[in-house]
Write a new protein. Sequence first.
Length: 258
Amino acid sequence: MNDIKRQKLNGKIKDVKFIEYEARYNTIDSTYTLKIFDFLSMKNNISTFNKLGYLEKKSELSFDLKDSVSISAIWTYQYDKANRIVREFRDSKKYGDTSSWNYKYNKNNTLIKYYQKDYRVLYYNYSQINEIELLTTANSDSTYQRKMKFIYDKHNRLVRYENYENTDSIVNSRILSYNNESRNYTNETIEDKKYKFKTNKSYEYDVNGNVIKIFNEEQKLTGWFEYVYDKNKNWIEQKCFNSSGKIYNVYKREISYY
């Protein structure tokens, strides 16, 4: 599965420009204006894909008070002959530093080394045994370690996630369930034993596989979405509404194709 499929996109895509907006309401009436949301966010970006559908470059975008755009960081990606990623590199134009993730593959194991000038090397180790994947992380002197477990079904869909942090017991977990062979989960349960809370949500999707409604455990509508699609059934605008029908975010995408 290439990056275009992972991002639920269709067609031979070259670039995707993604911009997040927030709705700012008038204090007098119910009218609103859309303002680019740029507070400590790396969401706004332009992603470039190669002709095989793999991410080649990503440019993070920053906006000033007048919505003038500049590039704050550039990500580049390298792959091996099997189209497995071997290096991610982030060059921050805003802060003048770099970060690098380097991948090494064995039969059932992937080791990632993360380099950043202000930190020691961080290690991420993925190991796969049948439908269970373990992710362990550690810093260079192993004074801090974390462990996470991912459990998949026969369709290679995530059905359970367990976070152990640096303990031997589960700190928080996430359980997903599906109604058919689709990769869209219809129910989600999140439990946090550390902060002692548990939430249950269910989801409805449109014919293009995008979420249109979210319900809580009492089946009360907590949020809903509207989409505008292009001719390739990729959404180019997503409107987000709360339970009372008030719009709070709008996401827009400009998509170009090969």
